[in-house]
Ligand binder design. Structure first.
Ligand code: SF4
Ligand code: SF4
Ligand code: SF4
Length: 353
């Protein structure tokens, strides 16, 4: 099991697409350490923690304390840690700790769109300040992922932004779109998104067999899902990766945080089995609009978080998500066909068994 620890909703940035409420609330040390105790009380072989925000590095001391305490509780045990950060507070010292504790770090960065979308509270730019941070991150974790979000008004620059990140040294890149309910994705913008995914697929094909390949995590998961004939994401809402709020209450996943109807216990009393069962049962229903869809298995239509945050119902898929998934699957397939046609050694090796 993995716990997502929502250390704070606070952040030193104000990205234009951010949905955080930016409250100053922080998780207490008592709550964080109780979450560690609770995790080990289940007796699972594989355990992990994902440090989440706002900006998790605003709570750097608490991260260090959790890493230290978990190592004491479980000496030599298998633990995985991950964190996505905006990077501004990264430094050598933290990266050395990350290496020692096997904390894998992903950087939220929008490539050439960074200064248009990811800014300080006064609107000032961030890209120049992040240059040194990128060097530090990639020196320690050359395979660190870059996570890019595109807003509707910038969608015509998406492929260019991905290329920027690749040229800057990132090999693993994930892209997502601005999924806030107010983001206005009309048909023309979705068509442009489809064109941009086509350009990204060409970019991935171009760099696929190089010493430092470009891996678009979205395309890779769709290709793998088809070849291995399994769902691209196994959700298991409320079981796989519960979220712990700063006040120690437990929720099934990120977007349910602070919604009373979805509380399933807290770090002191543990998981309320009845509440968890109710959430699991509710999550297992089908999305009625997806019945019979040819790409159902490869689509993220079952992401209760996304559906719930955009439509208020965990089984109603927003039209933008349906169009998005069709586009990414179509372009992932074009990429796979091209790699197969040209006999890409890396592609054939990855999927030959
Ligand atoms: S870094 Fe994340 S939490 Fe901070 S403003 Fe940007 S999107 Fe919001
Ligand atoms: S592509 Fe659309 S209809 Fe098909 S499974 Fe996904 S959301 Fe449902
Ligand atoms: S609800 Fe969505 S984000 Fe949460 S575990 Fe399921 S697929 Fe992942």
């Amino acid at each position: 099991m993995i716990f997502t620890l929502h250390l704070t909703a606070d952040c030193n940035l104000r990205c234009r697409y951010c949905y955080e409420k930016h409250s100053r609330e922080r998780m207490s040390e008592a709550a964080a350490l109780a979450a560690v105790d609770l995790m080990f009380s289940f007796g699972h072989k594989k355990n992990g923690f994902s440090f989440f925000g706002g900006e998790p590095l605003l709570c750097r001391g608490l991260i260090e304390r959790v890493l230290e305490y978990a190592a004491q509780k479980n000496p030599g045990g298998k633990l995985s840690y991950s964190m996505t950060t905006n990077g501004l507070l990264l430094d050598e010292e933290f990266m050395e700790l990350a290496d020692r504790c096997r904390l894998s770090i992903a950087l939220s960065h929008d490539g050439s769109l960074q200064d248009d979308q990811r800014v300080f509270p006064d609107g000032s730019p961030t890209a120049a300040l992040l240059e040194e941070k990128i060097d530090i991150l990639l020196a320690h974790q050359p395979n660190a992922a870059a996570m890019l979000t595109v807003m509707p008004e910038n969608v015509d620059r998406l492929a260019e932004a991905v290329e920027w990140l690749y040229e800057r040294g990132f090999s693993k890149i994930n892209t997502t779109i601005d999924y806030r309910p107010g983001a206005e994705w009309d048909d023309a913008l979705m068509e442009e998104l489809d064109r941009q995914y086509g350009l990204m697929a060409e970019l991935c094909a171009k760099h696929y067999d190089e010493a430092r390949p470009l891996d678009h995590m979205g395309f890779t998961s769709k290709i793998r899902s088809y070849i291995e004939d399994r769902p691209c994401v196994e959700c298991r809402l409320g079981v796989r990766q519960p979220s712990i709020a700063p006040d120690g209450r437990i929720y099934p996943c990120n977007q349910f945080l602070n919604d009373e109807a979805f509380v399933m216990g807290d770090v002191w009393r543990g998981i309320d089995a009845a509440a968890q069962r109710r959430i699991i049962a509710a999550s297992l229903a089908e999305e009625p609009s997806c019945r019979g869809c040819a790409i159902e298995k490869r689509c993220r239509h079952h992401c209760a978080c996304l559906n719930y945050s955009m439509t208020g119902d965990m089984h109603t898929v927003p039209p933008v998500q349906c169009a998005h998934e069709k586009s990414i699957v179509r372009n992932a397939d074009k990429l796979a066909e091209e790699l197969y046609r040209r006999g890409s050694p890396r592609f054939l090796k990855a999927y030959s068994d």
